[in-house]
Design a protein around this ligand. Structure first.
Ligand SMILES: [Zn+2]
Length: 191
């Protein structure tokens, strides 16, 4: 799949986080992290002694990276809490919240990449083996060619549309939209 299609899939898969998060303002960093990791597995085609759809295209990699990033966020949170107590502009995250933020964004990004790749018709005979090392069974649902513009741009468009809708909804529930945009429209009547 093209990078734009992966970005679209990440925007779709990260959307449930907006519902799950207690503090909605944390949704933006989760989305940013999902986008930052959505293309990460494709580094396997660019590093020596590896092949495309190798180790980074596995559930094992996605879960391991999720754990590592979550723990890294928790570690940073523990170490900056004293700074946040002194400087108002530094956000204070509890370690558990920081772990959820880091792990949630990373899992959404990596899972979206894996899901998008198994939708494809494998080219160059290199289907993903997402359950390696437990199983070397290739998984390719064969729904699209990697360069299919309808799928790539369709996923990107759907992802952007969902995020725009969510942004408007989150702004509305936080009271951040001007009142005239949230009040129901009524026609002006002349007597
Ligand atoms: Zn890939």
């Amino acid at each position: 799949m093209f990078p734009l299609g992966h970005v679209g899939m990440a925007l779709l898969l990260v959307a449930p986080a907006a519902v799950l998060l207690d503090r909605k303002r944390r949704y933006l960093p989760v989305v940013a992290l999902a986008l930052a990791t959505a293309l990460l597995p494709d580094v396997d085609g660019k590093i020596p002694f590896s092949h495309h759809h190798g180790g980074p295209h596995t559930v094992l990699f996605a879960l391991s990276a999720t754990l590592v990033v979550g723990l890294a966020f928790a570690f940073v949170s523990v170490n900056v809490r004293w700074l946040a107590r002194r400087i108002d502009s530094v956000p204070a995250f509890r370690p558990r919240s920081a772990f959820a933020l880091g792990a949630g964004g990373t899992l959404a990004g990596l899972a979206s990449h894996l899901l998008a790749d198994v939708l494809m018709i494998p080219v160059a005979d290199n289907p993903a083996e997402p359950f390696w090392p437990v199983s070397e069974r290739a998984v390719a649902l064969g729904l699209m060619y990697p360069g299919d513009p309808a799928w790539n741009y369709g996923l990107l468009g759907a992802g952007i549309a969902v995020q725009v809708g969510l942004t408007v909804h989150l702004l509305r529930i936080c009271g951040c939209l001007p009142a005239e945009l949230t009040e129901p429209w009524t026609p002006n009547r002349k007597n």
